[in-house]
Design a protein around this ligand. Structure first.
Ligand code: ADP
Ligand code: MG
Length: 331
């Protein structure tokens, strides 16, 4: 929806076609035409792609094989193939120089790992789904072959960096964002304050990741800082929830940058106003946020149903109002 809205501001006119597995897709009304089909339906996706000049995705669980057959999907399929599976993702990240992943192992028949650790399903996880913190022998019942066991880091500060790689050969990035998660779900984002050397290491790693995956567009890398060590957590080959703050706090949003990347439009120098923050709105917050007046801008995703712990919108507001904005969600 936000990408479609950004496309309306491009310096030339575009027609927007949306493809989604749900008839009730949020983006549906933001486009000019709508295609409904599964994300592994090769035929449906191919005929959609044949109708348009440029294809972009902002959802990671599309078949890489299908995307690999589309010449006009400029983000490519390598990123999907590598990043859909946490094990391949971590092996790939560690194969590149620079910041490594949190120490991990693939769960096999006779695997051993020091507790506490986090067991994560290799595929289809989001917002902490498919994750278990393993602290004792009883918890081991959750650990299944094929999962990833990863060291549990007790005191983390979480960051993300959003970069954009342009088909014209250039790249750019926002300053690092600092993210707070509650129950493994992103809760708030603000601009981070982190030494310039660390920020440079994060940026270099993110660019290297995008280049090595032959990826164009916006890409996000999540990092953990724990006990003075930096780790990569995961990589998203798409616009990212933490980047929603850029809708108000930057001269160009992450959605603009994503489109500039794919159309080969020169990036302007990035200017940000660090006084903004972003607060996520989940299903259980929706009614309260709708009926109360808010010291910020509420972006309603227009979801047809509001489920507990599912993101249904976000608020961009001023950092000085952060506590108020968090509170407005509670009825
Ligand atoms: P998802 O795909 O669900 O976003 P993540 O691996 O990013 O999965 O985990 C979600 C959140 O869970 C993280 O943002 C962090 O707050 C917490 N988390 C994940 N792994 C660890 C870890 N090894 N140690 C401590 N906290 C973790
Ligand atoms: Mg994550």
């Amino acid at each position: 929806m936000f990408i479609a809205q950004a496309a309306r501001k491009l310096p030339f006119q575009v027609e927007i076609a949306i493809y989604d597995a749900s008839e009730q897709a949020c983006a549906r009304t933001a486009g000019d035409s709508f295609y409904c089909g599964a994300f592994d339906d090769e035929q449906a996706i191919r005929s959609f792609a044949a109708d348009v000049d440029i294809v972009t995705y902002e959802f990671e669980n599309i078949s890489p094989t299908v995307v690999g057959h589309l010449d006009n999907a400029l983000q490519g399929s390598t990123a999907l193939r590598t990043l859909q599976n946490r094990y391949l993702e971590k092996e790939f990240i560690n194969s590149l120089p620079g910041i490594p992943c949190v120490p991990y192992a693939l769960v096999t028949e006779n695997f051993s790992f020091d507790m506490p650790f986090v067991a994560k399903t290799a595929e289809l996880g989001y917002d902490g789904k498919g994750q278990y913190i393993i602290t004792n022998y009883e918890d081991l019942a959750y650990v299944k072959k094929g999962m990833i066991a990863e060291r549990f880091l007790p005191d983390i500060t979480e960051y993300s960096i959003i970069i954009a790689r342009n088909i014209n050969g250039t790249h750019t990035h926002y300053p690092v964002f600092e993210n707070v998660h509650v129950n493994q779900i992103l809760d708030t984002t603000r601009y981070g304050s982190i030494p310039a050397e660390l920020e440079k290491l994060m940026y270099d790693k993110a660019i290297l990741i995008a280049e090595s995956l032959n990826y164009y567009g916006v890409l996000a890398v999540e990092f953990f800082l724990s006990d003075h060590s930096l780790y990569v957590n995961e990589v998203a080959p798409r616009v990212h929830n933490s980047g929603h703050i850029t809708l108000d706090s930057a001269n160009v949003s992450q959605f603009d940058l994503h489109l500039y990347s794919l159309f080969g439009i020169d990036f302007p120098p990035i200017e940000v106003d660090r006084s903004w923050c972003m607060v996520n709105v989940l299903g259980q917050h929706y009614e309260a946020v709708k009926k109360r007046s808010i010291a910020g801008k509420f972006y309603d995703y227009g979801k047809k149903s509001t489920q507990e712990n599912r993101k249904v919108g976000h608020i961009n507001g001023k950092l000085q109002d952060l506590e108020l904005l968090k509170e407005v969600r509670l009825s």
